[in-house]
Design a protein around this ligand. Structure first.
Ligand code: MRU
Length: 320
């Protein structure tokens, strides 16, 4: 099952707002429909957003074939639908680079973005599983945060792809999925994917992670990223920084798994990243809220970054 794809002239996604209760396919025929799906998190996760960005430009090219001004405005709307994951604007810009050659060329480029993410997921799963065994020994117990499975990519995923690979090898002793407030990507989406894969797990309330680490209930933290800065700072779902601090205090490996399409050498550090704030209405309509969707984990708290091409180990002096 693919989280996002191009089917008969439209973008089809699994609607992640209604999981795990319902598996519903949404068919998106226009740019406003796609942008609304991105902003409601019906489609989400950095690699999937890159593919959504590229397909969004393909929609714009098709719908506005005779109106370049409307087409370019639509492309801008796709690119800016969410600010933090670098993949969205990157996927959109890649496809937009082919606009002068027509809608068919744009769609071909969007297919390449999709296929590269599928291949990247497969490569990261193998490399990440090897690393986890090297860092933790055979059969680690892992804590993960947010959702980094096939739902966040096209298939397989990033960090959760590694979890799946370890399970397939018989080298996984347990998984804790951190619930990930306020939209519950861990409790709803990660738990749904782990169940489908037959992987036993527990969902932990969000603030429990560092305590479970201190109690010796996990051997490592493994999660994804929305942007990796040139200095190695990791931008990921809010709560990631707390897990990194907990892991450092407990002396546990803290491993980030993300494709090269998430590495952003043009952004020097986490200070330079726009962090999406999703506003009060999503959490406390009765009072003003701080609702940042992401946080910044400083590079010195990260043991390793696994991409589809390499392993970056800060302890060995590797640079992004
Ligand atoms: O707000 P979301 O659900 O799009 O945030 C997603 C995350 O933070 C994921 O951890 C990240 O995109 C890595 S997914 C492979």
């Amino acid at each position: 099952m693919r989280t996002i794809d191009w089917v008969d002239g439209a973008v089809e996604i699994i609607d992640q707002t209604v999981l795990p209760g319902e598996v519903k396919i949404l068919r998106l025929r226009t740019v406003p429909e796609l942008v609304a799906a991105i902003q409601s998190l019906a489609v989400r996760g950095a690699p999937a957003l890159g593919v959504a960005g590229a397909f969004g430009v393909a929609l714009a090219a098709r719908v506005h074939a005779d109106d370049p001004v409307a087409r370019d405005e639509a492309v801008q709307r796709v690119e800016n639908a969410r600010p933090t994951a670098v993949n969205l604007a990157r996927g959109a810009r890649r496809a937009a680079g082919l606009l002068a050659q027509g809608a068919a060329a744009v769609l071909e480029e969007a297919f390449r973005v999709r296929d590269e993410e599928i291949a990247a997921s497969e490569a990261m799963a193998v490399r990440g599983a090897d690393l986890m065994v090297e860092l933790c020994g055979a059969r680690p117990r892992l804590l993960t945060h947010c959702n980094t499975g096939g739902l966040a990519a096209v298939t397989v995923g990033t960090a959760l792809g590694v979890v799946h690979e370890l399970h397939q090898r018989g080298q996984l002793a347990g998984v804790v999925a951190s619930e990930t407030r306020p939209l519950l990507q861990g409790a709803r989406l990660t738990s749904w994917e782990l169940t489908r894969w037959g992987i036993e797990h527990r969902v932990a309330v969000d603030s429990a992670g560092p305590f479970l680490m201190a109690r010796g209930e996990v051997d490592a933290v493994i999660l994804g990223a929305d942007r990796i800065c040139a200095n190695g700072d990791v931008i990921n779902k809010i709560g990631t920084y707390s897990h990194a601090l907990g892991a450092r205090r407990a002396g546990l490996p803290f491993v980030v798994v993300a494709p090269e399409s998430t590495v952003d050498l043009e952004t020097a550090s986490g200070d330079d990243v726009t962090i999406e704030d999703r506003g009060s209405a999503e959490v406390t309509p009765w009072a003003p809220a701080a609702n940042p969707a992401f946080d910044v984990t400083p590079h010195d708290l990260v043991t390793a970054i696994v991409t589809d091409h390499r392993v970056i180990r800060h302890d060995r002096g590797d640079r992004v």
